[in-house]
Design a protein around this ligand. Structure first.
Ligand SMILES: [Zn+2]
Length: 393
């Protein structure tokens, strides 16, 4: 039986979120929520009745009678879907958002929403079945602008055929549970704040450098989406008026100059022209070059590979320096596939941002790599949907 109950008071929502974030607690520990004892007892009674919470083991003795712990129902699970430009990750998490099972596979979003969402559905259903999990909600991140209230992508440049497709409603109908859809970078930003390096940071930027480039903006702990859901779409900021044409139709966008797709394109040119011996060797050996190849060649000291990463980092840094002056964040987290390029990329981004932004804004501005790495998306998706499920309908 799926758990479809929701809290019917603000207090119940706070109990649920605290148990999600910090695990099982005694009644005395729940006192930190500041409710009177009788109020807390009433809220717990209702949560236990509807099956969201259960009484568990005993708390460690503090000398007196050992009190009973309360915890979220072990039957409560959430699904997370992180759709990327070239791969999708699907996970099933328990109520404390521990990933219990996940699957990753290549995806071509250009095949359209029916096919891609159909496959995502199969994967979630299989994972949930294997875990014996009933899903109380599913969060989805997609690589393009999203009209959040309607749960649909809007003119996503790299997702032809997805414009205004009802992603949320399609999945909600299929699974019979609440579904929320947001831009993938927003979702990753939420995940990193919940369980990664940005824990306890309220105002920060999460920059995803994958096939494309985007930025999640958290202000006072909330995602800032803009009026139409394209806030943070920094991949399409112009960095070179004479640069190559971008998927969006303009030329010289940041992501047309750097990002997974652009890096591979430039590395291929360097390999074929013989400018880089190291890249040419990899191309001959494997008939293809990936962003990781560029990273490895750079690590082995190939000057062309180093140059490609430095140039890219400089361009990202220039855009971020502008963002820092504009938003004055207290942290910048770099995630996405190309974060795997590691220190070389990070050093270049830091150098440019620190040099180009006002000293007041960067005096205490850590620029760091994502701690959650490739699971930031699914974890963030589960945070987003559990926040929703743990609030009054
Ligand atoms: Zn563009």
């Amino acid at each position: 039986m799926p758990i479809s109950a929701r809290p019917d008071s603000i207090g119940q929502g706070r109990v649920l979120r605290l148990l999600r974030d910090e695990g099982s607690k005694s009644r005395a520990e729940l006192g930190e929520l500041g409710m009177t004892r009788s109020r807390l007892e009433a809220e717990l009674t209702r949560l236990i009745q509807v099956g969201l919470v259960q009484e568990g083991g005993k708390a460690a003795s503090r000398g007196g009678r050992r009190s009973t712990l309360v915890e979220l129902s072990p039957f409560l699970h959430f699904g997370g879907v992180d759709l990327g430009a070239s791969s999708m990750r699907v996970a099933v998490m328990n109520a404390e958002l521990e990933v219990k099972a996940q699957a990753v596979e290549p995806v071509d979003l250009r095949r359209g929403p029916e096919l891609v969402l159909g496959r995502a559905t199969e994967l979630i259903e299989k994972l949930a079945r294997d875990q014996g999990a009933q899903l109380a909600g599913i969060g989805v991140g997609v690589p393009g602008p999203v009209r959040f209230r309607e749960g649909m992508p809007v003119s996503p440049p790299i997702m032809p055929g997805w414009n205004e497709y009802p992603v949320r409603d399609t999945l909600a109908r299929r699974f019979g549970c609440p579904v929320l859809v947001d831009n993938d970078v927003n979702v990753m930003a939420v995940g990193e704040q919940w369980g990664g390096v940005a824990k306890s940071v309220e105002n920060y930027l999460f920059v995803k450098i994958g096939t494309g480039i985007g930025c999640g903006i958290l202000i006072r702990g909330e995602v800032y989406r803009g009026i139409d859901g394209c806030a943070g779409d920094i991949g399409h900021i112009n960095v070179d008026p004479s640069g190559p044409v971008c998927a969006c139709g303009n030329s010289g966008c940041l992501e047309a100059m750097f990002g997974g797709a652009a890096l591979v394109r430039d590395a291929l040119v360097a390999a074929r022209s013989g400018r880089s011996e190291a890249l040419a060797q990899r191309l001959t050996r494997r008939q293809a070059i990936t962003a990781e190849d560029v990273g490895q060649c750079a690590a082995e000291g190939d000057p062309v590979a180093v140059g490609l990463i430095r140039d890219g980092g400089r361009r990202v840094g220039l855009v971020l320096a502008g963002m820092v002056s504009f938003i004055n964040p207290s942290m910048i987290v770099i995630g996405g596939g190309l974060a795997g390029l590691g220190h070389l990329l990070l050093a270049e981004i830091r150098g440019v941002v620190y040099r180009r932004s006002l000293p007041l804004a960067t005096g205490n501005l850590p620029i760091v790599l994502s701690e959650l790495g490739s699971s930031a998306g699914v974890v963030g998706a589960a945070v987003m949907i559990s926040d929703h499920v743990f609030s009054i309908p």
